[in-house]
Design a protein around this ligand. Sequence first.
Ligand SMILES: Cc1cc2nc3c(=O)[nH]c(=O)nc-3n(C[C@H](O)[C@H](O)[C@H](O)COP(=O)(O)OP(=O)(O)OC[C@H]3O[C@@H](n4cnc5c(N)ncnc54)[C@H](O)[C@@H]3O)c2cc1C
Length: 474
Amino acid sequence: MSGRLASRLRALVGDDGVIDHPDALGVYDCDGYTIERGTPDLVVLPRVPEQVPPVLRLLWDEGIAFVPRGAGTGLSGGTLPVAAPVMICTSRLNRIESIDRQNRRVVAQAGVVNQWVSNAVRADGLLYAPDPSSQPACTIGGNVAENSGGPHTLKYGVTTNHVLGLELVLPDGEVVALGGTVEERAGYDLVGLVVGAEGTFGIVTRATLRLTRTPEAYRTLLAVFDSVDAASEAVSGIIATGIVPAALEMMDRLILGAVEAAYRIGLPTDAGAVLLVELDGPAIGLDGQMARVEAVCRTLGARELRLARDDAERAALWKARKRAFGAVGRLAPSYCTQDGVVPRTKVPDIVRAIARAAERHRLRIGNVFHAGDGNIHPIILFDERDPGETARVLAAGREILEACVALGGSVTGEHGIGVEKIAQMPLLFAPDDLLAMTTLRAVFDPAQRANPHKIFPDAKVCVETRAPRRQAAL
Ligand SMILES: Cc1cc2nc3c(=O)[nH]c(=O)nc-3n(C[C@H](O)[C@H](O)[C@H](O)COP(=O)(O)OP(=O)(O)OC[C@H]3O[C@@H](n4cnc5c(N)ncnc54)[C@H](O)[C@@H]3O)c2cc1C
């Protein structure tokens, strides 16, 4: 990439807004999906949303493709530069621009960290409901691109249910405002289209987000089971009562051991699995509902039930769950988080399929996932310095996703397709379906300049680009 382009970009975003030194670029060579890596030639860090249109216009005029990046916590390789030499990183677009408490909405720039939104409105008894476990780091722009979920999306819905409006900069630099400030809108749901588009329509610079009233009360239960199977059956049993928990999460023994070693909060490390069940809402009635949940758990084999007695105990349980991924680093040099979804009644079946894949490929796989909505996250442990083991990880991941589809589910619950799951898209979609989606994409990005070669099978890239890089990483 020419020094001339870097100079022209610096003229737009300032000297410190362009990174082109090879040592500094290494930071951007992957996101949370570390199996494939590649550095961009340049990283551009706009300081205000208004700097994004001229940057994209310049790239458009030069015929250069770009890849958007927020915090880089994505787990499907969405930020990997594939035939996109320039990365646009939103980390400095980090202002909450306005808070409208009465109408319960905020306008946040794309690089605002998810957790900051709730922090900003907590004193007003409000929160931003989508709560990915990565919420202390991930950005609103990344959440929008991936349509992220989180433990509490079982009751509150995923990102798309909480975005009212978006500002999107198209690849030619044109700025479009989608949606608005109210729930209902006329015409096509273009906000819904951009949410989950994984950065393939352009760069989201601002989002108008819906705020939710903080529940009056919580009841949080740790239910301890001797086996993953029993815990999985309890998930179906709880849902069958008609009670909708705010969250219904599972952690198995492998994960419990790692989390307990890291945080020492007294988790039962000899258990087969635990369920973390949270109910919220008006205080009146919550105890009765929790009593029914406890009864189901007992009937289906829970050997111990621990109800959090106060906010501190609740916080400790959530710390264990939300930091589980971080604790996994204790178990192996590398891990790959898979992400699929099945109808919630099929949770026991998919958990058995994961165990079979682990055995067949001689791998250790831990489970920590949003069990209530059937969103599984098998964490496959390995050592990326061992090529044979890495190949087995990829094979096991493929098998698990195939099992999700065979059980009536999908190849992603919330982490997106990125580069990781492109090969699995034909399991879900016929060629005509895929063509319809790429035709739709072309309305926003006719020249395929925004995050090219993501989501959709692209024979040329799969054969010529992806395979060698993946092997290089082995
Ligand atoms: C420990 C851990 C826990 C996690 N837990 C959850 C969870 O509970 N639920 C969940 O859903 N995910 C989870 N994730 C995955 C990840 O955090 C989410 O996908 C998150 O939304 C990514 O945000 P980011 O800012 O890091 O985006 P990045 O990783 O930087 O980018 C993700 C994708 O979004 C695109 N993108 C980023 N910003 C923009 C923008 N402004 N405009 C257009 N496109 C953009 C990128 O091109 C890329 O395709 C977890 C990840 C980790 C590491």
